[in-house]
Design a binder for this molecule. Structure first.
Ligand SMILES: CC(C)(COP(=O)(O)OP(=O)(O)OC[C@H]1O[C@@H](n2cnc3c(N)ncnc32)[C@H](O)[C@@H]1OP(=O)(O)O)[C@@H](O)C(=O)NCCC(=O)NCCS
Length: 230
């Protein structure tokens, strides 16, 4: 029996006019102040450095420090990968155009069952923040996904305590569609109160883990639609 909330994949061959499949031709994109390009071996040290910043990793899946060997292996794995590959994430390096300095990354993961749907993420090194670069890079990514790759829907998942990222996604006019409670396992919560003040006013009581264990973390789900593809 099919439940009312189950989604059917599109019929075989029905692309809804969308481009499907890996963008093997992708090399780089540009916004006003940024170059968004494939990662290369020259990015190993900078990638390892910002992934090792505790404040940068706080609401992300990786542990710190993030070694050069881990960075090298991750970047190596991207060499044979392409953006818009169903069932896979692709990480784009974000570079300040004026200086050529690698300052972070944006990423897009494409749904395996419905490749018209993607999820995005962003990370900037601390020294590059407060300049609007993250918003500019994500605006480029949304444009790439909706216009170049003709996606139907793009979502972002954000730890509710990550108020800076939530504000950024709000600023991009992504709408809050859901607030999933205790929906993902990230890092231990260090606050003893059980109520996280960074919960962007949604009155969620954070679950406190048993001593010595990690915490189940609520996620905000934000989404953007490209209305022309309605
Ligand atoms: C989330 C993250 C990318 C946001 O970076 P950011 O630099 O704060 O975001 P923005 O690019 O939107 O910059 C906005 C700030 O730059 C300021 N700014 C300066 N010049 C600007 C310009 N030309 N255009 C726009 N904003 C500008 C804005 O006023 C704003 O400052 P405010 O937050 O004090 O109001 C960053 O905090 C980060 O990398 N965090 C760690 C990784 C992470 O958690 N990622 C999110 C996963 S969902």
């Amino acid at each position: 029996m099919t439940s009312h909330c189950e989604l059917s994949p599109p019929p075989a061959g029905d692309t809804g006019g969308a481009r499907h499949g890996p963008d093997v031709a992708f090399r780089e994109g540009r916004s006003e102040r940024l170059v968004i390009r494939r990662f290369g071996v020259e990015d190993v040290a900078s990638f390892a450095a910002y992934r090792s910043e505790p404040a940068t990793a706080r609401y992300q899946s990786w542990a710190t420090p993030f070694s050069q060997a881990q960075a090298s292996s991750f970047i190596e794995s991207l060499q044979s990968a392409h953006p818009d590959s169903p069932g896979a994430w692709f990480q784009f390096a974000v570079v300040e155009a004026a200086t050529g300095v690698h300052i972070g990354d944006v990423a897009a993961g494409v749904d395996s069952d419905d490749p018209r749907v993607a999820t995005i993420g962003v990370t900037l090194t601390t020294s590059a923040r407060g300049k609007g670069y993250a918003g500019e890079a994500l605006a480029w990514l949304l444009d790439y996904l909706f216009v170049d790759r003709q996606k139907h829907r793009v979502t972002a998942d954000c730890d509710v305590r990550n108020s800076g990222a939530a504000a950024l996604l709000d600023h991009l006019r992504m709408r809050r569609e859901a607030h999933h409670l205790q929906s993902t396992w990230l890092k231990p919560i260090t606050r003893p109160s059980g109520v996280d003040s960074g919960d962007v006013g949604l009155s969620v009581v954070m679950a406190l883990p048993p001593p010595g264990q990690g915490a189940l973390t609520p996620l905000l789900r934000l989404a953007a639609d490209f209305r022309a593809h309605g």
